[in-house]
Design a protein around this ligand. Structure first.
Ligand code: ATP
Ligand code: MG
Length: 558
């Protein structure tokens, strides 16, 4: 079946696998794989592929291999292998003992190459890279045969062996498949199979100095592993005839390749080259910077695996490239965190309030629910005293019409505590507001007035003497344009959102948060979702990252 004429639908791959099982193909087995190259951290696009491959295998009682396509020693490192495993596990998927490396097949792939030479299907070329490019022709003009194309089998075998033995410098020779220099599919114009690279490989060390090209390794690796459904992104559609050619010539088991549209997400970049640039140029604080679209970054930001899996399910799987708005991902995160995260009070930009008629030295404790809709999540004790902090924004000296929070002479409810009234504004020497003098109504304990009088605003607060003083980082989208890499004239790096990170260093948090474990998540009431940073928190002294605001502030209708 040609995949180009299949009807795009949210689950066309599912339908296809179900049909294969009905038809008894592959002896009823489903084997998929997730094949990252260990040259960077995984990003949200990879999550789509992981959820698909591991998800489908689980759904149909099959297995999904984790295979590292490690054919380029220059860019690959063990630290990426480790990070990728951590991220796949964190997302909630397990590969058991089905972990593989293309580098484990180097010997086998070499034998495949030898076989192709023997059958006149491959040759050692000595054109330079530049010449190979110009001999390749264009989309409208056929290519030209290399003068080395008709060497004898013996000569080719000898040269390949000597390439492997390290006799030749990098770039001096390549092994090419002998297919068709006039093929309308450029991938079939005698593609390179092996190149010489005197480089240390993260797993094979210096055992090899020739390495297979991705296109020579990928399909055969799938075949060796018995992959039944080789799911990849659309740009590999034009490579499929080449993979088929290799597999047909080698007469080995034939995986079925199925292409789907890659995830494109607004307000970020996903190419690993760019992500690496952001890291190495110090534009972000590493691969796990909470603004990065990497799984490590999202984890550190406070995103949950469930939210990311929901997102991947929600966006579906299609056959045509499209863009998903960042707001969709953020909404998935909010939905999950709204359900699962305990509430707490935190004042990010503190304004001191002295409650003049509250006895000095007195402390009360209020039992506040950890979740407004979930009594089973319990309550916590929040201390209250004569001096508290409120959010600077929750007071206005000359409030406009629709401002219902604190103002001179006005009464407001402190969440879960009392009504207070602002009696006086105290200024410092510069004339800035230094503190507010207020009074409270002891009759309003718990937040209601026995005389039935109403207040329009409820604000959050923290007892000054009990507060945990700490840093909170307000993270926002890394780029301030929907498609930062969209036009070639402007460097995507100039589109970094200057407000993507704001550090607030003297925030006051309710004391129960001192015990927050690294990585734990909260809703700070009225502010958003926050997560104790897993790198910079110390015992008893957590710092927090903003995961998401309560509402979308980016879309016009948010
Ligand atoms: P880049 O082009 O940025 O280097 P890549 O696609 O080469 O990324 P790999 O490590 O080769 O990165 O990807 C592993 C798997 O993840 C591949 O099967 C690939 O198709 C899939 N994948 C990568 N990016 C996306 C994406 N944006 N959406 C869906 N799947 C993706
Ligand atoms: Mg790739």
């Amino acid at each position: 079946m040609s995949t180009t004429d299949s009807t795009p639908s949210a689950n066309f791959i599912r339908n296809l696998i179900a049909a294969d099982l009905r038809d008894g193909k592959n002896d009823g087995r489903v084997v998929t794989r997730f094949p990252p190259e260990p040259n960077g951290f995984l990003h949200i696009g990879h999550a789509k592929s992981i959820c698909l491959n591991f998800g489908l295998a689980a759904e149909y009682g099959g297995v999904c291999n984790l295979r590292f396509d490690d054919t380029n020693p220059v860019k690959e490192e063990d630290k990426y292998v480790e990070a990728i495993q951590e991220d796949v596990s964190w997302l909630g998927f397990a590969w058991g003992d089905h972990i593989f490396y293309a580098s484990d097949y180097f010997e086998q792939l070499y034998e495949f190459a030898v076989r192709l030479i023997r059958e006149g299907r491959a040759y050692v070329d000595e054109l330079t890279a530049e010449e190979i490019r110009s001999y390749r022709g264009t989309l409208t003009e056929p290519g030209k045969n290399s003068p080395y194309r008709d060497r004898s089998v013996e000569e080719n075998l000898d040269l390949l062996e000597r390439m492997r033995a390290g006799e030749f410098p990098d770039g001096s020779r390549v092994l090419r498949a002998r297919i068709d220099m006039a093929s309308p599919n450029m991938n079939l114009r005698d593609p390179v199979m092996y190149r010489i690279l005197h480089a240390e490989h993260h797993r094979t060390g210096d055992r090899w100095c020739i390495y297979p090209m991705y296109d020579f390794a990928h399909g055969q690796s799938d075949s060796i592993e018995g992959v039944t459904h080789s799911i990849c992104t659309l740009e590999f559609e034009d490579h499929r005839p080449l993979y088929d050619w290799f597999i047909d010539q080698l007469e080995i088991r034939h995986p079925q390749q199925i292409e789907f549209a890659r995830l494109n997400l607004t307000y970020t970049v996903m190419s690993k080259r760019r992500l690496l640039e952001l890291v190495t140029e110090g534009r972000v604080d590493g691969w796990d910077d909470p603004r990065m679209p990497t799984l490590a970054g999202m984890r550190r930001r406070g995103y949950t695996p469930a939210a990311i899996r929901n997102f991947c399910e929600r966006i579906g799987v299609g056959k045509s490239d499209s863009w998903i708005d960042m707001g969709v991902l953020e909404d998935c995160v909010r939905e999950d965190l709204n359900e699962s995260s305990p509430r707490a009070m935190a004042v990010l930009r503190p304004l001191k309030v002295v409650i003049e008629n509250y006895p000095e030295g007195k402390v009360e404790e209020f039992d506040l629910p950890n979740h407004p809709q979930k009594p089973e999540m319990g309550t916590r004790k929040v201390p209250f005293s004569r001096e508290i902090y409120i959010e600077t924004d929750d007071f206005m000296e000359e409030p406009p019409k629709k401002f219902f929070r604190l103002a001179p002479g006005r009464e407001v409810r402190l969440r879960g505590a009392y009504f207070i009234r602002c009696e006086e504004v105290v200024r410092d020497q510069e004339g800035e507001i230094a503190e507010l003098r207020c009074t409270y109504d002891p009759e309003t304990r718990g937040g209601g007035a026995p005389d039935g009088r109403k207040v329009k605003g409820t604000i959050h607060w923290v007892s000054a003497g009990h507060a945990l003083e700490t840093e909170v980082r307000l993270y926002d989208r890394l780029f301030d344009q929907a498609n930062p890499a969209g036009d070639k004239e402007t460097d995507y790096r100039t589109r970094i959102n200057p407000d993507s990170l704001q550090r607030l260093t003297s925030c006051r948090l309710e004391p129960s948060l001192a015990e927050a474990a690294p990585g734990s998540r909260y809703q700070f009431e009225r502010l958003g979702y926050f997560c104790a940073d897993s790198m910079d928190s110390a015992p008893g002294a957590p710092v927090f990252n903003r995961t998401a605001t309560l509402r979308d502030s980016w879309s016009g209708n948010g």
